[in-house]
Structures are given as C-alpha cells and as structure tokens.
Design a binder for this molecule. Structure first.
Ligand code: NAP
Length: 258
C-alpha cells in the first residue's frame, strides 16, 4: 500500500529540478498521489512542464503567482475540476528583493519587507484558506510549508527572509489552531541548507553549507530527498496526530551551541 494512494495534492514552488518542492512532488507521486503543480509565470512554465513529463502519472499544471488572489482562486477551481478536490498542500515559495539580501539588515526598506512577508509568509495563509473547504469536504487534509532556522538565529545575509520565516512559523501555529477542528493539519519542515535557485540569492551560502558539514551532529549536509521523506510523513497518515509543528530536518545542526 503506497503512503499517499488515493490522495490529491497541490504543490506550489517547483522552479527547477533542484527545488525542494520538486523533490516532494517526486516522492508524493511515487507514493501514489495525484498532483497539481504550479509555476509562477511562463518564464519557468517550460521547466515545470519538462519535469512534470518525467512523473509516473502526468500532473495537472496551473499558473499561480501567490501574490495574486485571483490566481489562488483559479488554482483551487482547477484542482476541483481536474483532481476532484485537495487532500494536501505543499507550500514551497519564498522571495525577497535581492538588495534586501545584500545590504545590512538595518537598511531593509519598507517595500522589501512588504514583498518578502507577502510572498513568503502571507501566501501560506491565503493558500490554506483557499484549499480548506475542499479538504474539509474530503474529511480533512494536511498542509506542509518549508522554513529555515534563520527564523530564530541570525545567519549572514539571510536578513528579512529570517523575519519572513519567523512570521511563517507563527502562521503555521495559528493556522493549525484554526483548522484543526476541521481535521486539517498544518506543519512546517525546517530544512538544512540545500543548493537551490532560492539559495543562490544568499551570498555566502557555500560557507553556510560548510559550517553545517563541520558542526552538525551527522557531519554532513542534507539532501532534498530527505526533506521529501519528512514531507511524506507529515502529508500522510503516519503524521495524523502532528500539527502546528516545525520539524527540523537539518542533520541535527540546530541543537548545537557551537
Ligand atoms: P526554489 O527552487 O527557488 O523555490 C522557490 C520557489 O518560490 C520557486 O518555485 C519560485 O518561483 C517560487 N516563488 C517565488 N515568488 C513566487 C510568487 N510570487 N508566486 C509563486 N511562486 C513564487 O528554492 P527552494 O530552496 O526549493 O525553496 C523552497 C522553499 O524552501 C522556500 O520557502 C525556501 O525558503 C525553503 N527553504 C530552502 C532551503 C534551502 O537551503 N534551499 C532551506 C530551508 C528552507 P520562481 O522561481 O518562478 O520565482
């Protein structure tokens, strides 16, 4: 019996083959889930189409910019029409303007703060609210977002993204409280650093990878597939009593004092 057979999921945040959301999509598809993958705009649509063609069962594709309410509404309509509803949602999007990840944090502009929090944190609330009626109708659901330890500790150049991740993790808890009575669980995975497109925007990222290799209890970096395995736990029935949680998948780095 596959872990997600009979379940339908929406996965937001596949940009290319290195995306954490893509690793989760592959794992979920291998476990029998039917998927809808989104892409932000036509620029990356082609990438996503090519990746989608490699899955065992071709997923439904839909354009969705998470800052546009009409795109989110259209996404849910497409999921209803093409999949018959939504059992799980993976939220793997984050963005901050480049200058906010380069200049000192104290110089963060009002606009950069607004954009980072809107794309990286508010989008989880908007998406969860949009898919909740479908999940409830199907007897419940599971939402998983992706976060980083920069929400609690200071990492060079992570800057406003750390503030956005703090808001995201708090949102996970408030959403879990609101949606729990409707049998919808909401969790986050706090992943160790993985070289992806979004990570490329953080200067000094290679140094962060090296520090994890040197100091994490497991003395190595993590792989996207390991994030995906943790997501399978939270998305499927094995995680049925877990909600409001931020699960650390970081080779243990976060427990170290130095
Ligand atoms: P990624 O492949 O670049 O994924 C980020 C995704 O966010 C892209 O698909 C990007 O689409 C999307 N996005 C940005 N703005 C959007 C918008 N307005 N509407 C819709 N989509 C939008 O990088 P990733 O590392 O896998 O990131 C996925 C998540 O994991 C992020 O939340 C990230 O913070 C988190 N995370 C990453 C790491 C790491 O080390 N890589 C560690 C912990 C947590 P476009 O490319 O089209 O803009």
């Amino acid at each position: 019996m596959s872990l997600l057979s009979g379940k339908c999921g929406v996965i937001v945040g596949v940009a290319n083959k290195r995306s954490l959301a893509w690793a989760i999509a592959q794992a979920a598809a291998a476990q029998g889930a039917r998927l809808l993958l989104t892409y932000q705009g036509e620029r990356l649509g082609e990438n996503v189409r090519e990746l989608a063609a490699t899955l065992p069962e071709p997923p439904v594709l839909a354009q969705c910019d998470v800052t546009v309410d009409a795109d989110i509404a259209a996404l849910v309509e497409t999921a209803e029409r093409e999949l018959g509803g939504v059992d799980f949602l993976v939220h793997g999007v984050a963005f901050a303007p480049r200058e906010a990840l380069a200049a000192p944090f104290v110089e963060t502009s009002r606009e950069a703060f607004r954009i980072a929090l809107d794309v990286s944190a508010y989008s989880l609330i908007a998406l969860a609210n949009a898919v909740a009626p479908s999940m409830e109708r199907r007897g419940g659901g599971s939402v998983v977002s992706l976060t980083y330890l920069g929400s609690e500790r200071v990492f060079p150049n992570y800057n406003v993204m750390g503030v956005a991740k703090a808001a995201l993790e708090a949102s996970v808890r408030y959403l879990a409280s609101d949606l729990g009575p409707r049998h919808i669980r909401v969790n986050a995975i706090s992943a160790g650093p993985v070289k992806t497109l979004a990570a490329a925007g953080i200067s000094g990222f290679s140094a962060i990878l090296q520090i994890y290799r040197d100091r994490a209890p497991l003395r190595r970096n993590i792989e996207a597939a390991e994030v995906a395995d943790a997501a399978l736990f939270l998305l499927g029935d094995a995680g049925r009593a877990v909600t409001g949680e931020t699960l650390m998948v970081d080779a243990g780095f976060h427990i170290m004092g130095m």
